[in-house]
Unconditional design. Structure first.
Lengths: 357, 306
């Protein structure tokens, strides 16, 4: 007797939505075993990782604060991924967004105008788009693989930021620390909840998620991109431009990541530093998949991945575990998700009798 | 002359991790599997080899452990993509993210630990030869191993039955399956080999090239190795040439500093990445040529029912 995978006649929607839940459960199980292996009481550890961080009002605000860039980047990436455009350089596009937006803030640091913030947001959006336009152009003009190009540009973006904060944009009164001056009040996003760090960036992210849903479901371009992803040959036959699909997929992802970058600079960070994000651009890839490339799913998935970040910080404080454990959980979650996804297109069949082998 | 010889020797050493990782990925891709997790496998190979070398005081045990760790990482990838038929691009990305997290987690206790590196081989007489001795005969054993590996892979792919089978599986898994080859098992073997090579490349970095553990110490070499395979249009000797070319570019930073050129360090550090992008665009511009050279089934899951 052996177990075989048998193709389903059509994809199972139930399996598609069940798979993230299975993946979360399996990741928790791995966490349980990991903490046990590290000699910690697994129940206390899981409690410290997943419950303590959100047990207070401040904790919930932090959860939303970190979920905001994740959902913002992930909805942008998901539009590309649905069309088989693999932008994995969101981290670099985020960095460029922070550089462009932060540059405006530094340029206008004496201004108290209400227009400073909109100008920053716009600049950040353009910065992210411009950075994503490079792989889009190289892909459409030279067929260069966008995965590798967008990823290489993450390293380049980090070096550009490093160059700026070590050089031209370094705070003149900053004791030579590699960071810019602190932004003025006009360049900071207003706080939503008093006594927390939660800022208006969340509203911007939620509005973008809604806009993305409209784009995917209601617009012609969104429909064409979905077709291009599901059936490239059919899309080609129907006259849907493959180049436009690549451009839109990359540039929308870049715009969202750039916006997330300004939100970090004008939000919790408040200045430019050598590193503007703890890997949100990469975590957002996981958010997009766990959220099934669907705007609503992405909102929930961003809360989950945000909790993993908070859990890592809490584990560092309460369990004396390195916060790198967050990355471990992120990867494990995505593995289980991809593995569980097999049941969308296949089901198990038990084959009796050995003679068939 | 002396300086040129020195530079060539350094280039050989800097290109070696790329040779190892890219050759492994080449074999994996020849079987039709695209594993984007090279960066993650290299990092886990690096941290494991360093940890084992630091604990046992034996760099060779470290190298062995790095190979095992790289294969173990690729086994995760193989299980998810080959047995569970998941999307190879997404799973490869997951493997890289996982490897970055795992290596950072494991490596925390080993930051700023000092180990005895893998010693260079002394070739009696040869190492003292002028110029040639300096370029070729003062390296650690893994540099020579990478060259042996290159010859072995070249022979295996183009002159052995096994290589023919792997290439057949990468071109048309359905046909290979129809004539009785176990496509999934062959792909497992190719993926595990790729993982072992990436682990070895990581071990080279951590116990030979730059004996230390620093978070993310591969600095994108895994991704550059992936680009190299495309650059090489899936041909081993071009992988070798490309690896030394990029190895040389990574040295520009130190050379410029040595020559007293006033260019910010960050700009020089960008060079390998920018060069990768430029070369990738240049080589990809002829889409028909890439299509002809790439394994036809690259990245496509295989299920006997089609």
């Amino acid at each position: 007797m052996r177990i075989e995978l048998e193709a389903r006649p059509e994809a199972s929607r139930v399996a598609g939505w069940l798979s993230p839940l299975v993946a979360i459960a399996a990741t928790l199980l791995v966490g349980f075993i990991l903490f046990l292996a590290l000699g910690r009481n697994p129940w206390t550890a899981l409690h410290a990782f997943f419950v303590l961080p959100v047990a207070t009002r401040y904790g919930v605000a932090e959860l939303l604060l970190k979920a905001s860039p994740l959902m913002l980047i992930a909805v942008g990436l998901a539009i590309g991924y649905r069309a088989n455009v693999w932008n994995i350089g969101a981290e670099g596009q985020l960095t460029l967004g922070a550089i462009f937006g932060g540059g405006v803030a530094l340029l206008l640091h004496e201004s108290t105008s209400v227009l400073v913030l909109p100008a920053m947001l716009l600049a950040g959006l353009v910065g992210g788009m411009a950075w994503a336009a490079i792989p889009a152009w190289l892909r459409t003009r030279f067929h260069a693989n966008e995965i590798l190009v967008s990823l290489m540009l993450v390293y380049v973006a980090g070096l550009v930021l490093s160059l700026l904060v070590h050089g031209a944009w370094r705070d003149p009164d900053g004791f030579n620390f590699p960071q810019s001056r602190m932004f003025g009040d006009a360049a900071l996003l207003p706080i939503l909840l008093p006594d927390t760090r939660l800022n208006a960036g969340l509203l911007l992210s939620l509005a973008t998620v809604a806009a993305a849903w409209v784009f995917v479901r209601k617009s012609l371009a969104g429909f064409q991109m979905r077709v291009a992803g599901l059936a490239p040959a059919a899309a080609n036959y129907a006259g849907i431009s493959a180049k436009r699909t690549v451009w839109l997929g990359m540039v929308i992802g870049g715009a969202c990541a750039g916006l997330a970058g300004v939100n970090e600079a004008a939000g919790p960070v408040g200045q430019l530093q050598p590193s503007m994000s703890p890997g949100y651009g990469f975590a957002a890839i996981i958010v997009a998949f766990v959220g099934r490339l669907h705007p609503v799913g992405i909102v929930f998935a961003s809360l989950l991945l945000s909790l993993l970040y908070l859990g890592g910080e809490s584990a560092q404080i309460n369990l004396a575990l390195p916060s790198a454990v967050t990355g471990l959980f992120q990867g494990t979650l995505l593995f289980f998700l991809l593995a569980a996804d097999v049941f969308i297109h296949y089901r198990l069949r038990i084959v009796r009798g050995a003679f068939l082998a | 002359m002396e300086q040129v010889a020195q530079l060539l020797a350094l280039t050989l050493a800097a290109g070696t991790p790329l040779v190892l990782a890219a050759l492994g990925e080449l074999v994996t891709e020849k079987s039709g599997v695209l594993n984007l997790g090279v960066e993650g496998m290299m990092l886990v190979g690096a941290v494991t080899s360093f940890a084992v070398a630091a604990t046992t005081q034996s760099p060779w045990l470290g190298v062995g452990a790095g190979i095992v760790a790289g294969s173990a990482m690729s086994a995760i990838f193989a299980t998810i993509t080959l047995s569970l038929l998941a999307n190879q691009v997404a799973t490869g990305l997951a493997l890289s993210l996982f490897g970055i997290g795992l290596s950072a987690f494991v490596g925390l206790d080993f930051v700023s630990v000092v180990i005895a590196p893998l010693p260079p081989i002394a070739f009696a007489g040869l190492s003292d030869l002028p110029v040639v001795g300096k370029i070729f005969f003062g390296h650690n054993p893994l540099v020579y191993l990478s060259l042996v590996l290159f010859l072995a892979i070249h022979w295996f792919l183009y002159s052995s039955r096994g290589g023919l089978i792997i290439r057949a599986v990468g071109e048309s898994p359905q046909a290979a399956h129809a004539i009785g080859y176990k496509v999934v098992a062959i792909r497992y073997a190719a993926v595990l080999f790729g993982g072992a090579c990436a682990g070895l490349a990581g071990a080279y970095l951590a116990v030979a090239y730059n004996p230390s553990w620093v978070e993310g110490m591969t600095a994108g070499r895994g991704w550059i190795a992936l680009a190299l395979v495309v650059f090489a249009t899936w041909k081993p000797w071009r992988v070798l040439a490309g690896a030394y070319l990029f190895g040389g570019v990574t040295l520009a930073q130190f050379q410029a500093q040595a020559l007293g050129v006033e260019i910010p360090a960050q700009v020089l550090s960008m060079l390998p990445y920018l060069a990768t992008i430029a070369v990738l665009a240049f080589i990809s511009r002829d889409a028909a040529m890439i299509r002809m050279n790439a394994p036809a089934a690259l990245g496509k899951p295989f299920h006997p029912d089609g």
